[in-house]
Design a protein around this ligand. Sequence first.
Ligand SMILES: C[S@@+](CC[C@H](N)C(=O)[O-])C[C@H]1O[C@@H](n2cnc3c(N)ncnc32)[C@H](O)[C@@H]1O
Length: 225
Amino acid sequence: MAREFDLLGTMPKRVRNVGARLIEKEQNRQLALKFGAEYFDGTREQGYGGYHYDGRWNGVAKRAIEHWQLKPGDRVLDIGCAKGFFVKDLRDALPGLNASGIDISDYALQNAHPDAKPYLSKASCDELPFPDDSFAAVFAINTIHNLDREHCQRALREIERVCPGRAFIQVDGYRTEAERELFLEWMLTAKTFDTPQGWLKMFGANGYTGEYWWTVLELDESIRR
Ligand SMILES: C[S@@+](CC[C@H](N)C(=O)[O-])C[C@H]1O[C@@H](n2cnc3c(N)ncnc32)[C@H](O)[C@@H]1O
């Protein structure tokens, strides 16, 4: 049975200017979906608005090491690792930890942090190139919702396969109609999104037994200009 865990709980929340995202939304969405330069290092309307290392994953790495009781030599995987910042911070926080990452984006992998780059490779979360039960922990943070429902479900089964019962997934969700509307205005790349109840049903149907949390866009973190 899957369990709740707010792994990113200590990370500061960012203010999002939802109004600005509505300008040329469809054009920006098409660009963002390529997960290329525009998405990571273009304008905020196109994605991250510049994805640079700033240590924001430091606290999360320490929390993960403590929660999963990781020790040197353990293998862990960050799925949708982007430029490898979390992989770097995991390795820095626990010397000897065998942390690696996969991502679908050539741009992110090519522009990865030099400390993480040797441990990153290209793969898709719905077809993981690893044997069963390969990892002590697997993290898929804001990644699998970028696939359509069929492939997202395949990713859930793959994550469970390589890390049974010990993975962590964070996905886009909304709890109310107002949160849903805000989410639809803001999001660029998500193809599968649901209420927590909807996600839990999908987790169960695909045998996912790890931990999870939701990325919910809250009204008080957002501004409409
Ligand atoms: C919102 S970003 C999240 C990055 C990082 N995990 C974080 O939380 O900051 C989504 C990431 O998923 C990657 N991605 C999209 N589709 C993917 C797929 N099929 N398999 C693996 N990674 C994918 C993107 O390239 C991007 O790096």
